[in-house]
Design a protein around this ligand. Structure first.
Ligand code: S3P
Length: 433
């Protein structure tokens, strides 16, 4: 039996906040200092595309408290129109956030640019990017399938927009906000299902609640003054360690300094409601974000998870793979509805979960917007090969289940974990007693 104990102080810095800190730094006038920037491949892709578009960025690793190294990133910019025509197509690798959010900025720059990605990103939907930008007057070209390459013939004079988000997507909300900052007048972005709100918090945008909707107001052509950012630990990474602690009998883990923004921490509420042994401690606000520590004690008797509320799904979307695998292993059951967005992530996550769970002997049924796990009918006697589908969250969800309950599973292309959690295996090894 494997047992995990200890204090976790080396979770990766939050991926969503790291992307935004870099992009907002590039849009700000002056020097932006970012403390604890993520070394994950996705966030490094954002720094790389910014540099290729003429932004001066300095990155260094320095020793932090208790000798723990962290990354400091310094960005120098003259504000909204500091970008320069890139000489190459901008390679976003696996990072949908980089491609989508940077498209909003490039649409407002007076030059041509092109965004490309790896084979997974080149298949993901980009019409949701082009639609609002075209309404603002931008000239955007996509493949016939509505995917990358995203070719942008940028222009300085974007029109302001009032835009109701057709899908709850913080990436789309953010790209519209970034484009709108350059527009000639005030814009409004309306969401009826809330998505993560880091962009609004970090830009200090005003929002009003009206008839069950949230309206975010973006001022046009307002220079932003550079300010420092601190990046807390990533709750989406914490979710894997939480699941490890819950599943592995006799374990107890304290996870420090995690971002607990309510639009990111829904997975904790879901688990607490199911009877998981979790406690939040030491809550505080830093840089407008709620931060705290999570105490996890192994819990063998949680209830099966049933997730169907669209609002909950929007704010727990990245944690659903781990929640599904955790619920399957802890209870034999899991049920998900209203989550067709999961099919548009780094992989088709509904299919990826079902394929792997079935190989592990779980009986599953998938439908367009979800799937159900109906019990485990057999435990394979030989090691089965699981597929990562080149998706970091699929790879880590099954790696955690293997580590916590049985022997490590054999998972294809496991190095994909580096997209968001480069020290994943090193951390698991260090916690095993
Ligand atoms: C993100 C938003 C979500 C999430 C992604 C990161 C962000 O995507 O799945 O991992 O940082 O804004 P969508 O905007 O497509 O929902």
């Amino acid at each position: 039996m494997r047992v995990f104990k200890g204090e976790v102080t080396t979770l990766p810095p939050d991926k969503s906040i790291s992307h935004r800190a870099a992009l907002i730094g590039a849009l700000s006038e002056g020097t932006t200092e970012i403390t604890n920037f993520s070394g994950g491949f996705d966030n490094q892709s954002t720094l790389s595309v910014l540099q290729h578009a003429g932004i001066a960025i300095h990155q260094e690793e320095i020793a932090g408290p208790h000798g723990r190294p962290f990354r400091r990133v310094v960005i120098d910019s003259q504000g909204l129109w500091s970008f320069r025509p890139p000489e190459v197509a901008l390679m976003c690798n696996n990072s949908g956030s980089t491609m989508r959010m940077f498209a909003g900025i490039l649409a407002a720059q007076p030059f041509r640019s092109e965004l490309i990605g790896d084979s997974s990103l080149m298949k993901r939907p980009m019409k949701r990017v082009a639609d609002p930008l075209r309404l603002m007057g931008a000239d955007i070209e996509l493949s016939e399938a509505g995917t990358a390459p995203v070719r942008i013939n940028g222009m300085r004079d974007l029109k302001p927009i009032t835009y109701t988000l057709p899908v709850p997507s913080a990436q789309v909300k953010s790209l519209v906000a970034f484009a709108a900052l350059h527009a000639d007048g005030e814009s409004r972005i309306i969401e009826s299902v809330l998505s993560r709100d880091h962009t609004e918090v970090m830009l200090g945008l005003e929002s009003v609640e009206e008839a069950g909707q949230r309206i975010i107001v973006v001022p046009g052509r307002k220079q932003i003054s550079a300010k420092p950012f601190y990046i807390p630990a990533d709750p989406s990474a914490a979710c894997f360690i939480v699941a490890l602690g819950l599943l592995a009998r006799g374990s107890e883990l304290m996870i420090r300094d995690v971002c607990l923004n309510p639009t990111r921490a829904a997975f904790l509420d879901i688990l607490i409601a199911a009877g998981a042994g979790l406690r939040i401690e030491n809550e505080r606000i830093i840089g407008g974000e709620r931060i705290g520590d999570i105490l996890v004690k192994s819990s063998s008797d949680i209830d099966p998870l049933f997730i169907s509320d669209p609002q909950v799904i929007a704010i727990a979307i990245d944690e659903i793979p781990m929640l599904a695998v955790l619920s399957a292993f802890a209870t034999g059951h899991f049920e998900l509805h209203n989550a067709k967005e999961l099919r548009t992530k780094e992989s088709d996550r509904i299919d990826a979960l079902v394929v792997n769970l079935e190989r592990l002997g779980f009986s599953c049924e998938q439908y367009p917007d979800g799937f159900v796990v109906k019990g485990r009918t057999r435990v394979p006697s030989e090691t089965v090969e699981l597929e990562s589908f080149d998706d970091h969250r699929i790879a880590m969800s099954f790696a955690i289940a293997g580590r916590a309950t049985e022997s490590d599973f054999d998972i294809t292309d496991i190095e994909v974990v580096g997209v968001s959690f480069p020290n994943f295996f090193e951390l698991l090894d260090s916690l095993e007693v």
